[in-house]
Design a binder for this molecule. Structure first.
Ligand code: TLP
Length: 347
């Protein structure tokens, strides 16, 4: 058995790289609440430029970034349209309602893009009589829909419809660089199709902390006020931002390795037809396994995998998620694939 743990629970489990630790140690800092942290300024300018937006803001987490964006785009009592499986609705503890005062209108579609006819029906409602639809949220890559990359034409369709009604689109782009890698485009092709984007430095890009919100200058100004309301303004946070700069400049180009490793894992597991692993639907770094046909809950599968030093995440009663990442090499993933195949044969 391998003498270390191979952690495939998420791409958030990675440790900062040596280059990040060095940059953090040497970071020039100041009080960011006075606007005096030069490293924060550099990161925010770089992030805005990377995703082709006028401005960007650093936040500690993706959840806070999404909530700040919701607060900046909407007023309490408004509707925001989103997919039923999106992170904002599914995992963010009701921030959309409790902090932003928004009523989420959740819609269902297999690829996670709210169906256009249903969206338009809401947009056509008379705002004098009904709650105003003030935002549409998308997620790319879409976590709970298999880590799939939403194609540009699907994003176009939503953006075009929303623009016709003057409604902004916010992208939860926690893994937008994985989406860009999967679609083979510059990330701006994706972010150019939305009004605002949140993306994480701490997912596939290995930074220890931090996410960015990017959009128009007046939107970011509002988002900064929202960040204060959420208690998320920081002081000498340049020590953290320094790692974010390394994440953005050095780490996004390697995401193809994680995609290739996920494919490899999916191919190995696809020999068990009933588990529902289809390599052709693995667009990025996530592989989902249905443990129901094995007659065991996902938690038992995870326990058995851990006995072989492989950590997987329990994503539902009978759903296991594995996410390839920087700290799991091709060799590690090969070991995991072979070991899990042997394990599955024992059920
Ligand atoms: N996702 C985490 C868990 O919360 C599920 C993970 O391991 O995948 N948007 C998306 C699409 C996300 O997947 C996540 C985190 C977030 C937002 C929130 O980011 P953080 O954890 O930084 O608040």
């Amino acid at each position: 058995m391998i003498d270390k743990i191979i952690d495939l629970r998420s791409d958030t489990v990675t440790k900062p790289t040596d280059r990040m630790r060095e940059a953090m140690m040497n970071a020039e800092v100041g009080d960011d609440c006075y606007g005096e942290d030069p490293t924060i300024h550099r990161l925010e300018a770089l992030a805005a430029e990377k995703v082709g937006k006028a401005a960007a803001m650093y936040v500690p987490t993706g959840t806070m970034g999404n909530t700040a964006a919701l607060l900046a785009h909407t007023r309490a009592g408004d509707y925001a349209i989103m997919d039923a499986e999106c992170h904002i609705y599914y995992y963010e503890h009701g921030n959309v309602s409790s902090l932003a005062g928004i009523m989420p209108v959740v819609m269902n579609s297999p690829d996670g893009v709210p169906p256009l006819e249903e969206v338009e029906a809401y947009l056509q409602r008379d705002p004098a009589k009904f709650p105003r639809v003030s935002l549409i949220c998308l997620e790319n890559t879409h976590n709970r829909r298999g880590g799939r990359a939403i194609p540009l034409d699907r994003m176009d369709a939503v953006h075009e419809l929303a623009a016709r009604y003057g409604v902004p689109v916010h992208l939860d782009g926690a893994r937008v660089f994985n989406a860009a890698d999967a679609l083979g485009v510059d990330v701006r092709e994706i972010t150019g199709r939305v009004d605002s984007v949140m993306f994480c430095l701490s997912k596939g890009l290995c930074a220890p902390v931090g996410s960015m919100v990017a959009g128009a200058a007046d939107f970011i100004q509002e988002a900064r006020r929202a960040r204060k309301r959420l208690g998320g303004a920081m002081r000498q946070s340049g020590v953290l931002a320094a790692a974010g700069i390394v994440a953005l400049t050095e780490m996004s180009d390697r995401l193809g390795e994680d995609r290739a490793n996920a494919k490899l894992l999916a191919k190995a597991l696809s020999q068990f037809d009933e588990l529902g692993v289809r390599p052709e639907t693995v667009d990025t770094n996530m592989v989902f396994v249905n443990t129901e046909p094995l007659g065991i809950p996902a938690a038992d599968f995870a326990d058995r995998a851990l006995q072989h030093n492989i950590k997987v995440s329990v994503y539902g009663p009978t759903t296991v998620r594995m996410v390839t990442n920087h700290d799991a090499s091709r060799e590690d993933v090969l070991y995991a694939a072979e070991t899990l195949v042997d394990l599955i044969k024992t059920f």
